[in-house]
Design a protein around this ligand. Structure first.
Ligand SMILES: [Zn+2]
Length: 361
């Protein structure tokens, strides 16, 4: 499996590099072309992806999902390194280790695959939203009963909740005048600041008392506006990043925005990006099964985690498909010290294999 992972790491699969992703996808196809599997290839907007199944079906019972794309990094990160108990490299944890597990599994099951109701999905645009991968494929009617996606939940903790994300552009229109005579104009920047201050009132202020910060948040990421120091601004805009814990909270924020817009007639809002929150029940049958196998095989006690970020799990949630998100020991994803625990990776693979046998055979 280490050999597979090493090869996968060597491809510089940042999502913008569609050629490199294509090369990696082709390599994966080569690896499995002698196995009894059906391979469906997609190319939405030239982001290549694969949907591999043991039978000719669009809806395998169990779908193992992963993204091949990684965030950028210096050249040397694309060479797998082993330092004591750690495997290092770009994508070892986020999340090429999963693809290595899946390919190893296919090879080990080999002719036995015919007895399995199993699918594997590999996409290449998760780091930039997942719309041309997971979302597009699910929208084509591809589906499953249960999805396994180890793209969240560190150190054997199931990610059971993830916040929703909502990016907005706030546009403020004013009336220009000379800076020495502000009463003759209407400052778009001042208006924008007042609006943002009012909006911020419904979000908890930091430091808050909630240790895990399981609350809605607002970040003003960027503001542009005005032309000159001595001019009253006639236009300004802000880009804001809202994270919310559930749909009820999203409605509360939306209501607040609508009420504010009644008072701020010269403010307009534009929706940029939206991703739903994610949740899976703690007593989900498959989640409990995975937990049981980890305990029986290696005495590993699984736990739970909440996430402030989001993953492709949200697209499954939108189709009412439960997703199991859990990872072995590792960390540093998106940093230059991305790692996964070597021994733990092996355990993870064996737990996953048993999980697949029990569900999909
Ligand atoms: Zn907080």
């Amino acid at each position: 499996m280490l050999e597979i992972l090493q090869k996968l790491i060597s491809f510089k699969t940042i999502p913008q590099n569609k050629e490199e992703n294509k090369k990696a996808i082709n390599w994966i196809k080569e690896e499995i072309n002698k196995l009894p599997v059906f391979i469906k290839e997609f190319n939405f907007d030239n982001y290549p992806s694969l949907f591999i199944t043991a039978h000719k079906t669009k809806k395998p019972k169990l779908l193992l999902s992963a993204h091949l794309d990684v965030v950028p990094g210096p050249e040397e990160l694309f060479k797998l390194k082993i330092e004591k108990k750690k495997i290092l490299g770009r994508g070892v944890y986020d999340m090429k280790f999963a693809i290595a597990c899946y390919l190893q599994l296919l090879k080990e099951l080999n002719q036995d695959l015919k007895k399995y109701d199993l699918g594997i999905m590999i996409t290449t645009d998760e780091e930039i939203g997942g719309f041309k991968g997971t979302k597009a494929i699910l929208d084509k009617g591809y589906s499953c009963k249960i999805c396994f996606l180890p793209d969240g939940g560190q150190n054997w903790n199931f990610e059971i909740k993830a916040k929703g994300v909502w990016h907005l552009k706030v546009k403020s229109y004013g009336k220009s005048a000379h800076g020495s005579r502000p009463w003759e104009g209407e400052g778009a920047i001042e208006n924008l600041l007042r609006f943002l201050n009012n909006l911020a009132k419904i979000f908890p202020k930091e430091p808050c008392k909630n240790k895990i910060h399981w609350h809605n948040t607002l970040n003003i990421g960027k503001i542009i506006g005005g032309e000159a120091t001595n001019q009253v601004s006639n236009y300004a805009e802000a880009f804001i990043d809202i994270r919310y814990i559930d749909l009820k909270q999203r409605n509360k924020i939306l209501k607040r925005i609508k009420n504010l817009l009644k008072k701020f007639r010269k403010i307009k809002i534009e929706n940029l990006v939206e991703g739903s929150p994610y949740e899976v029940e703690r007593n989900n049958y498959y989640l409990k099964l995975f937990s049981k196998i980890a305990k029986e095989k290696f005495k590993i006690e699984t736990g739970y985690a909440f996430s402030h970020g989001s993953s492709d799990a949200r697209f499954f949630k939108e189709k009412n498909i439960p997703v199991i998100l859990i990872r072995p020991k590792g960390g540093g994803h998106h940093s230059d010290k991305e790692w996964i625990d070597k021994e733990d990776l092996n355990k993870f693979y064996l737990v996953l294999k048993e999980f697949v046998v029990q569900i999909a055979k």
